[in-house]
Structure formats: C-alpha cells, structure tokens
Design a binder for this molecule. Sequence first.
Ligand SMILES: [Fe+2]
Length: 288
Amino acid sequence: MAVCSDKTVLNQWYAIGATEEIEPERMTETVLLEEELSYTVDALGSPKVWRTGHDAGELVPSQCVYGYVWTCLGEASGEVFAIPEFSEPDRRNMNAATIGVNVSAPRAIENFLDMGHFPYVHTDILGVEPHTEVKEYDVEISIENDEILATRCRFFQPMASQASGGGADVEYIYRVPHPFCSVLYKSSPVDDKRMDVIAVFLQPVDQEHIRAHMMLSVLDEDNDDKSIRLFQQTIFGQDKPILENQFPKRLPLDPRAETPIRADKSAITYRRWLSRKGITYGVIPAAA
Ligand SMILES: [Fe+2]
C-alpha cells in the first residue's frame, strides 16, 4: 500500500536523480512520496527502481528522460511531458543542481512562476529597482495538453544568465505540464530567435519537503558547465530561504486564503488547476 492516498499525485512520473551523477550499477537510495526507494542505472543507461527492503526483482516503473531517472509509484499514465528543445543538437543539457528544500512542492512551483520577487530576491541578477513592475501577461490552461501556459511575460534583468552581456528586457514563457514540474523558456542572450530552457522537476519527499532537480538546456558556447551551473545555483540559493520561510508550508487552495494581486495571475491559475484536479498532497484543499 502506498503512503500517499492522492491518486493523481501517485500516478505521476517523478525525477529522482540525475543520471550523470550516478556511477553505473551503483545503488542509490532516495525517498519519494514518503516511500524509500533504491535505484541503479546500468552502463547502457537503463534504470531499475524498487522499494527499499523489497526484492530488487519487484521493480516499479522507471525510465531515463532529460538526464534523470524517473519513476512512478502508482499507475503510470502516459509519458513524461515533452520538452522538444532538449534534443536540439547544439544545446547544453545538464542538471544544474539537486537541492533539498523544506517546503511543499506546490509552494516551490508557485515561487518559480512568480516574477514579482526578482528585483528583491535576485537583486542585480534577475531584477533591480526601480524596474519592479510585473507587466501584463497572458495565462491559459491548455485543454489539449492539460498544462498551464503563461506567455508574453517580460522583465528587465541586469544579468539574465551566465551568457548575458548586460541588462536586457527578457521574455519568459512558463509551462506547468505536471502538478509539481515547471518548464521556463527565456530569451537567449546569444540567439534572438531561440530560448533557453530551465526546468524544475520536483521530487516530493513528503508533503513539506522536496528535492528540486534543476535541468538546464541552454545555448551557450562560451562558458563551461561549472559556471553555467554556478549561476543557477546562486539563484536557487537565494530562493531557498524564502521558500523555507513560507507559512503555511502547504499551499492553500481556497481562493480567499491569500490576497491575490495582478502579478499573481499565474499563481491563481495554478491553484485553480490543482483544485480542479482534486490534488490534496502538499496543499490545504479549499473547504467544500
Ligand atoms: Fe526566485
């Protein structure tokens, strides 16, 4: 019997570790949805995942996608959502970091969607005063793909990425294709027709703890992996204390729980989408 009783959450695929950080055949242990798991990846890149303490022959579903081992503890329905850019040959794909955070997964997704905090939390990098206004943008729930899409997001950023040459108006597109994953597209400083991809794949350890896997798929021929990673780790290091100070740690879905402002349009849509899906894990459901 699974610990998590939220079937929608249980039936999702979750990233549990970056394959490039795992030695072939070496067993690694982790926790997903309060269940202890063991996993290995063989020399050919095939994963095996099982519940720790059970027979290693009783495997749970697994696959390697976007440089991570993914698993599902319920009934896996469909594939991991598509990120077509990942397979473009000139992109640099990497795990920027896997960071444990004492917060619920939905709170972390909501923070990832929020541009309003850039000038205050990521000062002189992703934002700077007086450029604090979140300009009008569009948010929709794509019926076809069952995902949230926020477009026309624009923000002035002093240093949008490791490849930036200086301050620029940066365009963002956000996708939320999974209750606990988000994919962000932002203007590439080196190619004005394409966008860098930054994805967060959250692994809910329990309702109030996550491991955040940050995947990068960027256009950058000049900087080494270490400095590209370091940039992203610096940003996440600034978010981590903010996330851990959220109260309550679970995301309240009642529309009256926290006062929305215009900048939160994507957050309001996200909460509504979780409500509509009947999500109960990591949230405080709205009273019936
Ligand atoms: Fe942030």
